[in-house]
Ligand binder design. Structure first.
Ligand code: GLC
Ligand code: GLC
Length: 651
């Protein structure tokens, strides 16, 4: 869009660019900047226009982008151009992800490069390597308390090793995903240290207060993230004799995005990592980016403007790079991280589908899909060029943050139901085979979350101890059932390290004082590669799980109806133990797959007459894409054994 004020400002800025930038060949940069400048200017003005130094900051912003562009390699630019031409590339069913800690999967980044054949073996072609940057020992929050945004933790490697990994991935068509921890820094970051020493400039990078007056105002409406280990949202800093906002741990200082310098610094860091060959950046804790007294300080309008601005700027210099929003918030809020009032994502192209994840666990605990059905039904419609990250487990806890209205519609009282879920997964509920742990119980609100590995939550740990093969089979089937759904729902499935091998809880964190107060470590295991070799030995749990997942992944990749073009129809099958939805090829709707999953311990039947209205022929014969067999069909009913899923096509 042509707009005079921004255009004349752009001309002035281009005249003022540093000579070393002006001398470069910036053709593509100028065209992209021209196309995005009005949006960038408007957003930057909305956020920072009241400042006297606005024009100066705007110049710095453009210089930062220009520098990012100049440092982008020709090879990466070629990828950008290719992705611009095929701009829906990430909606394809071909992508299957895995998230892992470098040291949970391998010994180091160099070793991870050596172990890449494992991903290919399983069919994984998108790897999220969790934080690898410098963090203080013992005060790391699993890598999310960064003390240097440009330095890789030397215990796991260096930039060269990462380049090696990126190269190895490129060769094998695997996408590299890394984290950008946007919301806070470690208290040992240079900025925090300078602030603590009294430097005003760096104190302005954070939220720092002389006394409790403002912190107390904030506290009235801010929830607590880690109420057990780090209650409150502010920490007293002895050196400064001031209060610092620390929403997460007391050593994680929240960055102040009302200061444009913070925005520009973080953009510079994003562009730096984009230029290291990263395909996707996971933006951590994005819901928290803007703080306002009187609010929860989550999902604020300005947090969205910041993300839009980051996206617009990133598009100028590295348009091929995608963003993942990590916003573990209510469905109506999550959806906004794709960008509102748009067709294509204007904030993040990908977002964690935390609602689906916790609903799946609800169905496991209750053995019915009442809430799962309500929750999916009310999942707001997504933009066209945007997709979910569907997962069952990740490195964080599970919160049961579903919509209370859905909980009631499913026939439960919200408070009692959440209590049941926490009891079920922490093994306090008698009949439960789950071995999880309660995470961050908040006595004031009654809130609590759950930790534990997928295998242990699904009952595999308890089953193995009991030595009962029937129990083991049930746990294995539950694990596969959950994966069959994240692989077919629509979006990018994200497996978690160890889950394809049935790795159970790792209790060793309890002996490590730097970890023992955070039981998320229970599900951040280190792969035992000797044990992992059992995936090649028939008759073992590792073999069964690994090969089943490998097969599911391969079939997903060949099933065009599983691509994500908002091509899913949720079906009401009038059987509360089943989840059923139809996926169809968005271009050829007759190519479709009927996904059905039985969460019950008893066999259940799917009545085809009930869903005839959705174009399903109740007299048709079906074949399951996964096992290649016809399911048991009696008249117009399909029988599902306990914890069975089918991916059905008509024959
Ligand atoms: C994200 C991470 C989580 C971390 C938090 C604070 O939510 O996934 O592990 O504790 O951010 O950085
Ligand atoms: C909260 C936050 C999420 C974070 C998690 C860590 O759920 O919303 O971002 O990962 O806490 O436990």
């Amino acid at each position: 869009m042509y707009e005079q004020v921004s255009h004349s400002l752009l001309n002035a800025i281009l005249d003022d660019l540093k000579p070393e930038i002006r001398r470069q060949d910036l053709r593509h940069f100028y065209t992209r900047l021209g196309a995005n400048f009005y949006a960038i200017y408007s957003l930057f003005f909305k956020l920072y226009g009241q400042r006297e130094d606005f024009n100066e900051q705007m110049l710095r912003l453009v210089e930062t982008m220009a520098k990012g562009y100049i440092n982008r390699s020709a090879e990466l630019e070629a990828v950008d151009i290719q992705r611009e031409q095929d701009h829906n590339w990430f909606l394809s069913q071909k992508w299957v992800g895995m998230a892992l800690y470098t040291t949970g999967f391998a010994d180091s980044l160099a070793d991870l490069a050596v172990k890449t054949p494992y991903f290919q073996e399983l069919g994984v072609n998108l790897v999220h390597i969790m934080p690898i940057l410098m963090c203080p020992t013992g005060k790391s929050d699993g890598g999310y308390a960064v003390s240097d945004f440009r330095q890789i933790d030397d215990r796991i490697g260096n930039l060269n090793d990462l380049r090696q990994v990126a190269e190895e991935f490129k060769k094998r068509d695997i996408l590299l995903t890394l984290d950008i921890v946007l919301n806070h820094t470690s208290d040992e970051h240079e900025w925090a240290k300078k602030a603590a020493k009294g430097e005003r400039r760096y104190q302005d990078y954070y939220y720092i207060f002389d006394n409790r007056e403002i912190p107390d105002m904030f506290e009235q409406s801010m929830p607590e993230i880690f109420p057990e280990s780090d209650p409150g949202n502010f920490t007293w800093n002895v050196e400064m004799q001031k209060w610092v906002m620390t929403v997460f741990h007391n050593y994680q200082w929240d960055l102040n995005y009302s200061n444009p310098e913070v925005f520009i610094e973080m953009l510079d860091i994003i562009l730096f990592w984009a230029n290291q060959g990263v395909d996707i950046l996971r933006l951590d804790a994005v819901a928290f980016l803007w703080k306002k007294i009187g609010s929860t300080c989550q999902n604020e309008r300005n947090a969205h403007l910041i993300l839009q601005l980051l996206k617009d700027c990133c598009q100028v210099t590295s348009p091929g790079v995608l963003f993942i929003a990590e916003a573990i918030v209510a469905p109506v809020e999550v959806i906004k991280y794709f960008g509102e009032d748009a067709i294509i994502a204007k904030e993040c192209e990908i977002a964690y589908n935390a609602t689906f994840m916790s609903l799946l666990w609800d169905a496991i605990a209750t053995q019915n899909t009442k809430l799962l059905y309500q929750g999916i039904k009310h999942l707001p419609a997504k933009l066209e060029r945007a997709t979910w990250l569907n997962y069952v487990r990740c490195h964080d806890d599970i919160g049961f943050g579903f919509d209370d209205n859905d909980v009631r519609a499913a026939g439960y009282e919200p408070f009692a139901h959440r209590k049941f879920l926490v009891d079920y997964f922490s093994g306090h509920f008698e009949a439960s085979p789950a071995r999880g742990m309660v995470f961050m119980r908040n006595d004031e609100t009654g809130d609590a979350r759950i930790c534990g590995s997928l295998a242990s939550l699904a009952g595999l740990e308890a089953a193995s101890e009991s030595g009962d093969p029937v129990k083991t089979e049930i746990a294995v089937n539950k694990i596969l059932l959950l994966h069959s759904l994240i692989l077919s729902f629509g979006g990018i499935p994200l497996l978690y390290n160890g889950d394809a091998l049935g790795v159970v809880n790792d209790y060793s964190y309890q002996d490590d004082p730097s970890k023992s107060s955070d039981n998320r470590w229970i599900h951040r295991p280190k792969i035992n590669w000797e044990r992992a070799d059992l995936r090649k030995k028939q008759g073992t749990v590792e073999y069964t799980l690994f090969n089943a997942m490998k097969k599911m992944i391969a079939i997903r990749k060949e099933t065009s109806a599983f691509a994500d073009y908002n091509n899913r129809e949720l079906l009401d099958v009038r059987n509360e133990h089943l989840l059923c939805f139809l996926r169809f090829n968005h271009l050829r709707p007759s190519e479709r797959v009927l996904v059905v999953a039985n969460f019950d311990a008893n066999p259940q039947y799917l009545d085809l007459e009930v869903i005839a209205g959705s174009g399903i022929n109740p007299y048709a014969q079906f074949i399951d894409l996964y096992n290649g067999c016809k399911p048991t069909q009696y008249n117009r009913q399909i029988v599902l054994p306990p914890y069975q899923f089918y991916w059905l096509t008509e024959i």
